[in-house]
Design a protein around this ligand. Structure first.
Ligand code: MN
Length: 254
């Protein structure tokens, strides 16, 4: 199996190296990741400027491509021939913070896996629920092991067309994890605040600030599973159609 590993935190992020090193026991691993942090960049296709990818060496000597495009661009150029060998699976991460509920449309980690689906490849996004304001280096070992386990199951069982997996791992040791739950998207609660400031020339500028998002820990959801120390695995599809509303809407007088 040939696995493409990417992320949205940049090619030098420790979570990416932890994941790539763990996945190597399943097959050949190639790394193509953004050259800087693209967190919360969403699903991107760069068409109005060229994309550059240069080979770099990671902390332990692992070779990788650093690309100046988005995570989804990294998947696209890899699938289109940057990597001469056919790709069998795309695994994205490890993002240090959870991607739950509506986060999936913002997340570069998840949208890289969405791009895999567009190229008919199985896509897995792996995020870890580290405390939002954690200082010092994070421990990625548990999430990397979980990522490997999920990738292995995907390889054995396959995924339906148009499907990716969004995996979120509690921030604890493997022993402390209670198990794996297949979940649906829960409800994220955003605490965004508009911060208005003034630049040196008197012009206003804005930051989207405020506290980190929380969530409603409902049973059966990704938020709920994490809150009880379970790994959350949500199968996602790119078909965003609201089928349950189609019939009612068809009766509207257009
Ligand atoms: Mn990120």
């Amino acid at each position: 199996m040939h696995i493409l590993v990417t992320n949205d935190d940049g090619v030098y992020a420790p979570g990416l190296l932890a994941l790539a090193n763990e996945l190597r026991s399943l097959g050949k691993v190639s790394i193509v990741a953004p050259d800087h942090n693209w967190s919360a960049s969403g699903h991107v296709k760069t068409l109005r400027r060229p994309l550059r990818a240069k080979e770099v060496e990671l902390e332990d000597g692992t070779l990788a491509f650093a690309c100046d495009g988005a995570p989804s661009d990294c998947v696209t150029i890899s699938a289109l021939g940057l990597l001469p060998e056919r790709i069998d699976m795309v695994v994205s991460g490890i993002n240090p913070n959870a991607n739950l509920g509506h986060d999936v449309t913002y997340s570069g980690t998840v949208t890289a896996a969405m791009e895999a689906v567009i190229w008919n490849l199985p896509g897995v996004a792996v995020s870890m629920d580290a405390p939002e304001y954690h200082s010092g280096p994070l421990e990625y070992h548990t999430a990397a092991q979980v990522g490997k386990r999920v990738a292995q199951r995907v390889w054995e069982n396959g995924l339906p067309n148009n499907t990716l997996l969004n995996v979120n791992v509690p921030y604890c040791t493997m022993d402390e994890i209670k198990g794996f739950r297949v979940t649906r998207q829960g409800l994220r609660v955003y605490h965004d605040k508009l911060i208005k400031r003034e630049d040196p020339r008197g012009q206003p500028y804005y930051w989207i600030g405020g506290d980190a998002p929380s969530g409603v820990p409902e049973e059966g959801t990704d938020v709920g599973a994490l809150s009880q120390c379970y790994v959350s695995i949500t199968p996602l599809t790119l078909d965003l159609t609201l089928h349950s509303f189609k019939e009612e809407m068809a009766a509207w007088d257009f």
